[in-house]
Design a binder for this molecule. Structure first.
Ligand SMILES: Cc1cc2nc3c(=O)[nH]c(=O)nc-3n(C[C@H](O)[C@H](O)[C@H](O)COP(=O)(O)OP(=O)(O)OC[C@H]3O[C@@H](n4cnc5c(N)ncnc54)[C@H](O)[C@@H]3O)c2cc1C
Length: 427
């Protein structure tokens, strides 16, 4: 089998060193077999191992190969659709549970980093930047909404105040969330993998699950091995392909692109983001950026529906970066890469069971760093027989993309075109 390496990203180039991990060869028996070593799989593994389960993970490529090792590194709270949307589509008790959990993922990340001494450049503070006065009104109501669920560490910023934390005059204002922040995402995943292994978990790399035998005694097959387990957790997200047809039917992989500058002088870096907070704007197709531990600017944005790789990433993202920070016009781009997240029609995560013993979580639609950590904890609770919080997610309504798989991309691209137009017109 071909060995699948990391993409050529800044993260792969600055990854902490890790032990070689084996491929799965032969037969293994365990309590839980997890498919995918991204944050969903790793977080589930840690939560299960901490509670005495035997866990094996099969990873098609390497730990953090997917979105978890490529993302913007922004610890963004809540979900891709916010609690007000959830309130409109759920019973009050379910909405209350989901609202209460909306900031928990960020706390789980910080607990894990502290408990397992993970070196991943954690910084506190995330900014939601309002491109228009309409966005500012949205942030005002979002603050009130989040405060109703007890999430109170938020500060609204007017157009003058936001310039103290983001060195540009393009924003109408913003909101600062000190429980947000940023990390080196691949090093977080690698640290979590090491944590899982320190608890007795086993991770097989270069070992794609190619078939699942369902039934009372489920089995996961890889090219050279089999894992018999009491439970299976499917955590392959946008890279899962068609292994589980029920899951691919109601979700769509999408690409988003990231560039990384050469290291900036300390003075220039400080002029962009003086307090080293991360920033995402409020557009539907949003821009997100932050400084790295070695003073590069990482800037992401854009969406390619259907997860095709654009030919020239720098040509797409650099103009967005220069709009915010024209002073970077002569700065060299050292890295550019693409990664896939999984979109659902509602933009809310899809969580559930297939039969009694196969569990899944996928499709957090762009904001997944915190959600996936929460999902792991909630999945582990369900496997331990406490499914109230799991069911709050599992009961969210979901629909297939109109037109089925064949027309997913055109329909969604049309939707994206509409939202881009709205972003451009500021409506
Ligand atoms: C470029 C980019 C930027 C982003 N920026 C942010 C951000 O700043 N903040 C934020 O909150 N969210 C962000 N996201 C979203 C976030 O990264 C994801 O939601 C999250 O990492 C998903 O984690 P996951 O574990 O579910 O999936 P992944 O990290 O994609 O992991 C899935 C893993 O499963 C493996 N796999 C798939 N199929 C199989 C199989 N058959 N057998 C074995 N293994 C398999 C894959 O190889 C992969 O390693 C971004 C996403 C991208 C792509």
């Amino acid at each position: 089998m071909a060995h699948t390496a990391y993409p050529q990203s800044y993260y792969a180039a600055s990854a902490n060193s890790v032990p070689a991990r084996p491929e799965l060869n032969g037969d293994v028996e365990t309590d839980v077999c997890i498919i995918g070593a991204g944050y969903t799989g790793l977080s589930t593994a840690i939560a299960l191992l901490e509670n005495g389960f035997k866990v094996s993970i099969v990873e098609a490529a390497k730990v953090g190969f997917g979105a978890s090792g490529r993302n913007g590194g922004q610890i963004v709270n809540s979900y891709s659709r916010d609690i007000d949307v959830i309130e409109r589509s759920c019973a009050p008790k379910q909405a209350q549970l989901l609202g209460d959990m909306a900031f928990e993922g960020g706390r789980i990340i910080r607990e894990r980093i502290a408990k397992y001494n993970i070196q991943c450049d954690l910084k506190d503070g995330g900014v939601f930047a309002a491109n228009t006065s309409k966005h500012m009104k949205h942030l005002e109501s979002q603050k009130k909404l989040w405060e109703r669920y007890g999430h109170t560490q938020l500060e609204l910023m007017d157009a003058k105040r936001i310039q103290e934390v983001v060195g540009t005059d393009i924003y109408a204002g913003g909101m600062l969330d000190m429980s947000g922040g940023h990390i080196h995402p691949l090093n977080l995943a690698l640290g979590e993998a090491a944590a899982a292994e320190s608890l007795g978990g086993v991770i097989y790399e270069q070992s794609p699950a190619i078939r699942i035998d369902r039934g009372a005694n489920p089995v996961v097959h890889t090219p050279n091995g089999r894992i018999k387990a009491k439970f299976i957790v499917v955590a392959g997200n946008a890279y899962l392909g068609n292994l589980v047809p029920e899951l691919s039917a109601k979700s769509m992989p999408c690409g988003t692109q990231v560039i990384t500058t050469e290291p900036l002088s300390a003075e220039l870096a400080k002029s962009l983001l003086p307090q080293d907070y991360c920033v995402e704007d409020c557009n539907y197709l949003l821009d997100y950026y932050r400084l790295t531990g070695d003073n590069r600017l990482i800037f992401g944005g854009g969406v390619v529906y259907g997860a095709r790789d654009p030919a020239n990433i720098e040509a797409i993202i650099r103009p967005k970066m220069l709009k915010a920070f024209p002073q970077l016009k002569d700065v060299k781009i050292d890295y550019a890469w693409t990664g896939n997240f999984l979109l659902t029609l509602s933009r809310l995560p899809q969580v559930g069971r297939l039969g009694d013993n196969i569990y899944y979580s996928q499709g957090c639609s762009g904001h997944g760093v915190t959600y996936t950590h929460l999902a792991g904890k909630v999945l582990a609770e369900a496997l331990r027989g406490q499914a109230e919080r799991f069911d709050a997610f599992a009961d969210l309504p979901h629909y297939p993309f109109p037109g089925g798989r064949l027309f997913q991309v055109p329909f969604s691209a049309l939707g994206a075109w509409y939202y881009t137009l709205r972003d451009k017109l500021g409506i």
